[in-house]
Design a protein around this ligand. Structure first.
Ligand SMILES: [Zn+2]
Length: 86
């Protein structure tokens, strides 16, 4: 048996021809499913308050819009997401 490193619940192995094999929580799971790497990234962002991103340009139906300029963005404050009831 394999268990989630976050919540400890037992995971089910899913073998599919359409997707690569993966583990999944059971449908009634309450796990947020965040990986250790995801949580680490949030901790780093909260601590450093800096995010370096590539330029993100949205092009669709003949329109072009710069969503985010490439660079190092410094935030005054960082609030980590919190789980809502549902
Ligand atoms: Zn879990």
């Amino acid at each position: 048996p394999f268990h989630c490193l976050d919540c400890g619940e037992q995971l089910s192995l899913r073998l599919s021809r359409a997707k690569r094999a993966h583990f999944a929580h059971r449908p009634d799971s309450l796990c947020t499913g965040e990986t250790a790497l995801h949580r680490y990234a949030k901790e780093l962002l909260a601590r450093e308050g800096i995010l370096t991103v590539p330029e993100l340009i949205l092009r669709e139906e003949g329109l072009t819009q710069i969503v985010c300029r490439e660079g190092r963005h410094k935030f005054d404050t960082v609030e980590i997401e919190e789980r809502l009831e549902t």
